[in-house]
Write a protein that binds this ligand. Sequence first.
Ligand SMILES: [Zn+2]
Length: 152
Amino acid sequence: MLRWIDVLKYAKYSNPEPPQRVEKTEEEWRQQLTPAQFRVLREQATEPPYRNAYCRTYAPGVYACAGCHSILFNSTDKYHAISGWPSFKQPVSKSALRYLFDDSYNMHRIEVRCNVCGGHLGHVFPDGPEPTGLRYCINSESLIRQELPAGL
Ligand SMILES: [Zn+2]
């Protein structure tokens, strides 16, 4: 299980090796993604709080990256953080995400990206619920919710 100390180490030293890599040009991403998805995933934009697709959704399933469709989060780790964005306690695996220090807007935050395609997802904060103590605050536009495959 990931803790805040692990997140800090990943951001400071090096991130876990992704299971695979997807690399595309900016033009290819523009053709594949909707304008709203492109702004979040490729330009690090933040969507409006509350007025987004998955803020209040708790149906069972998994959440995949809207860019490369890698599975990133499980609905069982989603919780109500009253932040206005979908919030998760942990990713599906340690290698699903990469972490970067983000000092933009005069804030010291840790940015979270998809480890496979590098798409911007949101940020992670150390004020989440136990047992992880983590709050992954993620843009809905960077995610696609999928029903669980049969047998899982
Ligand atoms: Zn991705």
